[in-house]
Ligand binder design. Structure first.
Ligand code: GLN
Length: 187
């Protein structure tokens, strides 16, 4: 199984290590020509504004959007969730915009900008969640499945082939979320 991990900016290496541990082959997505023969896409954390700019500059945005619309499974974490959201609460510019949710960036304020917690994640169980200047999902459209909430805020969603997480599963030793993503590809 070949997983394309967006590698223009952010925490992509940690995702690769985890996926390789689970037996997947990772391809770093750095230019448009890398977007071939991949069974799944990972959009890592980092800085969504920079990632969005680079995806436009490298002419990768439309191809990634089409692949996701055509059913390629995608796992998006933190900044990746922001890239995937159809709408952003405080910004008129969205990016890939295939996930029918509204995402609020840097949503926890300064004091709580980074924190760890345990979340109960649907289909997974109790899971250690790591938040770093994280967004949350402020609104969802019909058909979006809420996988987890923290303090009444939605922090994990699934919609068809798309999984969006406000936190960083790649920064834990717990591989269950990546396993769940790979199992979606096998289906
Ligand atoms: N705050 C970042 C953004 O808005 C996301 C942070 C992260 O990916 N850990 O893009």
């Amino acid at each position: 199984m070949r997983i394309g991990v967006l590698a223009v900016q952010g925490a992509f290496i940690e995702h690769e290590k985890m996926l390789e541990k689970l037996g997947a082959t990772c391809v770093e997505l750095r230019q448009k020509s890398d977007l071939v023969d991949i069974d799944g896409i990972v959009l890592p954390g980092g800085e969504s504004t920079v990632q969005g700019q680079l995806l436009r500059k490298l002419d990768m945005l439309d191809t990634i959007r089409e692949m996701i619309k055509n059913g390629t499974p995608v796992l998006a974490t933190c900044a990746g969730l922001i890239l995937l959201a159809e709408k952003l609460a405080d910004d008129p510019l969205s990016h890939i915009a295939t996930l029918p949710v509204t995402v609020k960036r840097n949503a926890y304020g300064r004091q709580l900008s980074s924190f760890n917690a345990d979340a109960d994640i649907k289909n997974i169980g109790t899971y250690p969640v790591v938040f770093i200047r994280a967004p949350y999902v402020a609104d969802i459209s019909d058909g979006v499945d809420v996988l987890a909430t923290i303090d009444d805020h939605i922090v994990a969603v699934e919609y068809k082939n798309q999984i969006g997480l406000a936190f960083h599963p790649e920064l834990t030793d717990d591989t269950r979320i990546h396993e769940y993503f790979l199992s979606k590809i096998n289906k």
